[in-house]
Write a new protein. Structure first.
Length: 682
């Protein structure tokens, strides 16, 4: 600390839904954060920050921050609010929740996701509060549950390679990941491998910025990843490129899958995936003969009907060639399963006291908000408490979501930093702290280091951490268990069951988990047998599952274009959309179209278009782009609705049907048509 200028450096961690979980240093002068930088000594992230997080002070000190409790005074969705005191807001909220709970506490639904990935502000005191209340449980499926549950069924948990070891791979398949935009630090290790002679192959329907930098891009059709994995298995079998010893010792159920894979010739695979048979053969040859070979799988490819089966199939590939034997071989989708988080201590499910509460799937909130009470569904939803999420913008089939949030008889409380689309529909908006203003501890799903986030500045205005809000609500509801008086530090101290101590985090900023360098070299999967499970007791042998809305279907006759909606490079889901400097870079909502598809519809480059199907339509600018393959359009998201043309966004046309495994949304399983915006609807 420099006494003359009162400058300090505070240890922090990035809280956002990204695999990198960067270690951060915050420079504070006279109580104000003036700079946010990556910590150069953190091994997996080594001091680099993405464009988004490097502008965190701009976000924290934005003139648009919600800094005081607000009560709605106009129609829902109008954004008309008046300032109220914390005491008045909490008293009224507690009174309203108490009255609803007296009828049936399951009529109250928490709605949260990964606005922060912190264990304290994301899943501690809030869960205790709702468990004690007896509210409905929330199935948090909107991003990763298809891939996560598929990986757990195959490996026994969300486990994989150490990200640093990709630097030593000789082949890296980047499957369904725009790593330059969404996994920056993995990309630096991939680049190191490339400089050492490794071949990089990108598999993605979109020609991403990452694909631009790889040696090869294989542009499969959305939802055909499982078919491609089966086609690769066919070639591994036919050319005897298998590690028979690893299969024999460390897998269960291979003979049944082998029989299935033999049906997927390169020609069949190519026809299904929309690529050439030579691409299938060449990819299989590269994967089998380059050692060590590694796969960086990401969650975009599981946002289709068959996403869970596809993840299972890709996860089996490293076992077939024995890639796990080397530290630089194998696969990484998520590393979060390595962390020994004591969720029972944090969340206290025992407070439910044996009650069997219903579960609401966050991905079907549009339908669920419009349901009446019934024996199958339970009570009508009367209250929502939303935090760490913006469902009006991000949940699928948003016409239904908006209609549900607009119900006059729905009581909605939103804990937020900004007036999002969801906050506009609230009865109360409570000001939430940013990462610079509260304590938290973090795992990662992209590396194996736990981190601490120390508060760098005092909360601005009257903002409060999520933990404080639920602690005070519990007090007003009369919950007198000692756990509702636990401080944030007390909860942080019990967050991990072993291997990570709070004191060690506070001392060194991060703690590396004690894992082998090649953790699955001798099996040791987290399944009951310790083997990779191919024939699952729950799901059987994996297979390619076609999209709900597939090319060649009757629906495709009316809506012939497949649409995927990957994030715009400078946004992260709906976070950062309101940061002016980042929005200036993105410009406006865009639909990337292959020039042939655009010309066939009379759509000029830069023209405003209607993107529509039976569920709805939204308007945006179409660009002729080499990033779009024929027959597929890319609707970059996720813009706040009120910042998009005509107050809508890409989720106007997505649907609420769920994936084969994990009950997750099928955002990228979506057929549309596109016409010039001036054209009348057909």
């Amino acid at each position: 600390m420099n006494e003359a200028t009162a400058v300090t450096t505070v240890r922090a961690a990035c809280p956002h839904d990204c695999p990198d979980t960067c270690a951060i240093r915050v420079t504070v002068q006279d109580g104000r954060a003036i700079k946010v930088q990556g910590h150069p000594d953190h091994p997996p992230t080594h001091g680099a920050l993405c464009t988004k997080v490097s502008r965190y002070p701009e976000r924290t000190y934005s003139a648009d921050r919600v800094l005081h409790p607000l009560k709605r005074v106009g129609p829902k969705g109008s954004g008309q609010f008046a300032r109220v005191s914390w005491d008045a807001a909490l008293s009224d909220i507690a009174s309203r929740l108490r009255a609803i709970a007296a009828r049936d506490p399951q009529a109250i639904v928490p709605y949260s996701y990964a606005g922060t990935m912190g264990l304290l502000q994301g899943e501690s005191m809030d869960r205790r509060f709702f468990h004690k209340l007896g509210a409905s449980l929330l199935d948090r499926t909107i991003c990763a549950s298809a891939g996560g549950e598929a990986l757990a069924a195959t490996y026994g948990g969300k486990i994989g390679m150490h990200v640093e070891n990709f630097a030593h791979s000789k082949l890296i398949i980047i499957w369904g990941s725009n790593s330059i935009a969404s996994n920056l630090h993995f990309w630096t290790f991939a680049q190191a491998a490339k400089r050492n002679g490794a071949k990089l192959i990108c598999i993605d329907p979109r020609k991403t910025e990452t694909a631009d930098k790889c040696h090869q891009h294989i542009a499969i059709l959305p939802g055909t990843d499982g078919a491609l994995a089966l086609g690769l298995m066919h070639e591994l079998i036919m050319n005897d490129w298998l590690d028979h010893d690893y299969i024999e010792q460390y897998t269960e159920g291979w003979p049944k899958l082998r029989e299935r894979a033999l049906q997927w010739t390169p020609e069949r695979t190519a026809e299904t995936c929309g690529i050439s048979a030579d691409e299938v053969r060449g990819l299989a040859r590269d994967y089998a003969t380059a050692k060590p070979a590694a796969i960086r799988l990401n969650y975009g490819m599981q946002r289709v009907r068959g996403g869970g089966n596809a993840v299972r199939l890709v996860a089996i590939l490293p076992c077939l060639v024995g890639a796990w034997r080397d530290r630089a071989g194998g696969m990484l989708l998520s590393a979060s399963g390595w962390f020994p988080v004591d969720r029972a201590a944090l969340q206290r499910p025992d407070l439910m006291a044996g009650r069997q509460c219903r579960t609401i799937n966050m991905s079907t909130i549009g339908d669920d908000l419009l349901r009446e009470a019934s024996p199958e569904f339970g009570p009508k939803i009367e209250a929502l408490v939303v935090y760490n999420s913006n469902p009006v913008a991000v949940a699928p089939e948003s016409p239904k979501v908006v209609k549900g949030f607009s119900r006059d008889d729905l009581f909605t409380v939103v804990l937020e930093q900004f007036m999002t689309d969801t906050a506009d529909h609230a009865d109360y908006v409570l000001p939430a702290t940013t990462q610079l203003e509260h304590l938290d501890v973090h795992t990662s799903y992209g590396h194996s280091y736990a981190l601490i986030n120390e508060p760098a500045i005092a909360p601005l205005g009257e903002a409060r951490p999520n933990t404080a809000v639920f602690r005070e609500l519990a007090q007003r509801m009369g919950f007198d268990e000692p756990c509702f008086r636990d401080s944030d530090e007390a909860m942080a101290r019990v967050a991990f069951s072993r291997d990570v101590s709070f004191d060690a985090l506070r001392e060194s900023h991060w703690v590396k988990l004690p894992l082998p360098d090649a953790p699955l070299a001798q099996g040791q999967f987290r399944t009951p047998s310790g083997k990779c499970i191919i024939d699952s007791p729950l799901f059987g042998v994996p297979d390619h599952v076609p999209n709900y809305e597939a090319p060649g279907s009757e629906l495709a006759g009316r809506y012939p274009l497949a649409m995927i909606s990957p994030p715009a490079r400078n946004f992260l889901n709906s976070s950062f959309v309101n940061v002016q400097s980042l929005r200036d870079i993105e410009g406006e909502p865009v639909l990337e179209m292959h020039e042939a598809d655009a010309r066939a519809r009379g759509i000029a480059d830069g023209q405003q278009v209607r993107v529509f199907n039976d569920r709805g339509e939204y308007v945006c600018k179409a660009v002729h782009s080499k990033r779009a393959r024929p027959g597929v359009v890319n609707g970059l998201g996720i813009w706040w609705r009120k910042l998009g043309a005509r107050g809508t966004n890409v989720n106007e046309v997505t649907h609420q049907r769920l994936t084969d495994i994990g009950r997750a949304p099928s955002f990228y399983d979506c057929l549309v048509e596109v016409r010039p915006a001036a054209a009348a609807a057909t």
